[in-house]
Design a binder for this molecule. Sequence first.
Ligand code: PMP
Length: 306
Amino acid sequence: MAANYPEFIWQNGKIKPWAEATVHVMAHALHYGSSVFEGIRSYETPNGPAIFRLGDHLKRLYMSARIYDMAMPYTIDELAAACREVILKNGLTKAYLRPVAFRGLGGFGLSAETPTDVAVASWEMGPYLGPGVLEAGIDACVSSWQRMAPNTIPAGAKAGGNYLSGQLIAREARRLGFGEGIALASTGLLSEGAGENLFLVFDGQLHTTPASAAILNGITRHTLITLARANGIEVIERDMPREYLYLADEILMCGTAAEVTPIRSVDGKPVGEGKAGPVTRRMQDLYFGLFSGKTEDRWNWLDPVA
Ligand code: PMP
């Protein structure tokens, strides 16, 4: 997005010019990481632009807020309307949506009762992990940073503060020349990518790390599990040791931003044949088929923008 900002943003109930959506420097969230947010995509479909799993993303936003006792001043329906409005106002079709709610200005103590500010931004976004990665795959590394231990910072909340962990993992990986970092949980077992869930393929079956492995319970992860099972591909949720990364036939990362990205190497060792394998390609076809119309949307996941 860099300098090419969209024209409008929704903030606290109103559409505003992008430049006017400002926050006080003493807002609670800026100091203490007290924000919750979502990343959602809209796609062009044969029936017009549609937001993918909007209701599920907003439900997760409200669950994240609930974990932190953050009062939400709007209903889910009101925020869903805001998401549609900001896409339409900016004239976007294929877009990334970013609803964010945060403790605003109102007190400096950790437990201060602050007002919750809410904004929704949207902009055009291509493949998150770089151009061409959906075809070519990425080179990943195991991060030297682990994910949060259980009962420290809840990994299942999509809160701003969690992304300090994500930044350490992603920045270390980029610094070392890798496309993305994979983190281990505090148990030493596999967790997930800096901003993506993880699937390994063994003998044609998909294996993915469980909620107890300090992951964010990803909506793309759930989508892939559902699509795979509906198409006769077995999915197993299980803990896995690090060395499985070096033994898997295929590995993929998934997330709203990363979509379905093949991993072609880990720590310099090729995964399988060093390129996207057949199960990964099949999952990409099923996933992107939801937007082209090739995969039937039996779950009503596509929410029309207009
Ligand atoms: N894990 C983390 C840490 C993430 O930030 C994301 C992106 N939201 C995911 C997994 C994937 O989640 P989703 O598929 O819901 O975007």
